[in-house]
Design a protein around this ligand. Sequence first.
Ligand code: ADP
Ligand code: MG
Length: 615
Amino acid sequence: MSRIRLLPETVASQVAAGEVVERPASVVKELVENSIDADAHKIDILIRRGGISFVRVIDDGSGMDRDDALLSLERHATSKIRSASDLEAIGTLGFRGEALPSIASVSRFRLTTREAGAVAGTEIIINGGKIDIVREGGEAPGTQVEVRSLFYNLPARRKFLRSENTESRNIEHQIHLQAIGHPRIAFTFMRDDRLVLQLPVAANLNDRIRDLYGSEMLERLLEVNGEASDNIDIGGLIGRAGVSRQTRDQQLTFVNGRAIESPVLNAALREGYHTGLMKGQYSITFLFLNIDPTAVDVNVHPAKREVRFRDPKGVREAVVRSIRQTLERGRETWREKFSAPTLVSPEAPGQPVADLTLRPPVSFPEVTHRELSGLGRVVGDRGYSAVGLVPPSVVAPNRDEVVAGAADPGRARQPISSTAANSQQFQIIGVLNKLYVLMENADGLVLVDQHAAHERILFEELRGRMEEQGVPTQRLLIPQTFDLPPRDADWIERNMSILQIMGIGIERFGPNTFKIDSLPAFLNTSDPVHFMQRVIDDLKSSSASSSPMRLGEEMIAKTVCRHAVKANDPLRYLEIEKLIQDLLACDLPYCCPHGRPTMIQISHTELEKKFGRKA
Ligand code: ADP
Ligand code: MG
């Protein structure tokens, strides 16, 4: 007896629905995408009880005639592609022709639609996939879909739904995604008869973000302008370095207008931010990639959340590059704040306000580069210089290999140019709690975490040296040999030259045995073998997506923390001034290599608001 049977159409739809319609938020996603594809200018969404009991989406888009309305509910019926070759370049959000029949097969479904100019519209009512009513309806031009009692005929599915609150929040997130992806469309969102969102048509992404999250959010973002590469156009808004969140909720990526989740892009974001983010934190990004549609496959997942890039490496590199450039450009706005003159009092124009601030008796408004360079020695005693990083406990200096700059504070790399030093305008007010330097700049009050600031300076200085000539090394008194499992041995073998640049002198001594005879000079370790093991573990786990130099950077970032001036180290005025100037000369001055902020700006406006001088 034959056992194979063709499934009835409604059952097949319910099976497909399992993939397309996971939860109420998927219903909202599919319906809103259809409205966007229909060129709607306004989309109104209403849900009740987490969307489980009711979802309604109304648009003012193209609408459908009666025949199309009926056809739209058939499986694999779509107006968006015609042949398999169209799959290679998809320009619409939908294309699978699955959403409407899937949703209609697992709910009580009502569609009304009307084309502009048509005398009448069409109304179709379907219950659990079975068409019950088709008749003329008189709604406004556009389309309205109502979905009641989702999964009423699939109790197993219904059990998997979360609380109404959670489902509502998923829906709201989904609407945010669509609204951000399409600023020129107006959206409203009602939840249980309460108006949650009312977004007018926005001229651009900035306005949409302001309407959604307020202007304070906008101030923390930088505009990406992508000169990334010929075939990828990258734009959007991303958080400044140091601006981060504990979840990925606001790390949003769009490819050709479609919100997608992509491990390739996530890795690229992490790499692009690199030291601009704290461990375990996520950037805030509204990143838009426009790629030739033939270079990206969206037909990967029924819910169309994922894409496959034809050239993932090229995409990653382009994203990393534009994130970097954007973050570094963000530094310029900081610089501007520090190069404009501080507030002047009306009585004495041109003179900094001096009366009420507790400045130290000696003030050095114009420290020149020459004066500063001599400071290396002074601050070196305090530990504020690279020289403080050489604690040769188990290592003995090897004259040939120690790079001069490391041992000679006077020759330590001076990152600031004299013009930069002269054009920087800030007044140091004092130090709070032996940790926070209080300063005034053109914009208002600035607080600097002296430890974080010093970490950033040391980090960039060491990284600069590593890139130029390799990390200075010191020979071990007694070279040590150690064995490694075959895979680690293989890894070392392949990365020998990078390790060398990082200041680690290592060579093969036997099949799986290595000899280590020198270590980075700034390192303070009594157990080189243990250190090596840690380096291998750390670097192996990070190397998959990173560039070789990144490995060295990570090692440096880990070490500088221990060597930077501590919270309780009292610094002298001159040292503080030099610290700030060095910090401002850094590539990413506003966060430490672990991504914590180094400076916090409190603007005059914020102060005025706090004191009730301004609304
Ligand atoms: P897909 O979007 O993948 O084509 P759907 O099942 O979501 O498949 O929709 C089927 C078809 O119904 C669409 O191709 C479109 O022509 C039509 N359609 C769906 N929703 C709307 C709408 N809101 N306005 C106009 N046409 C619509
Ligand atoms: Mg669709």
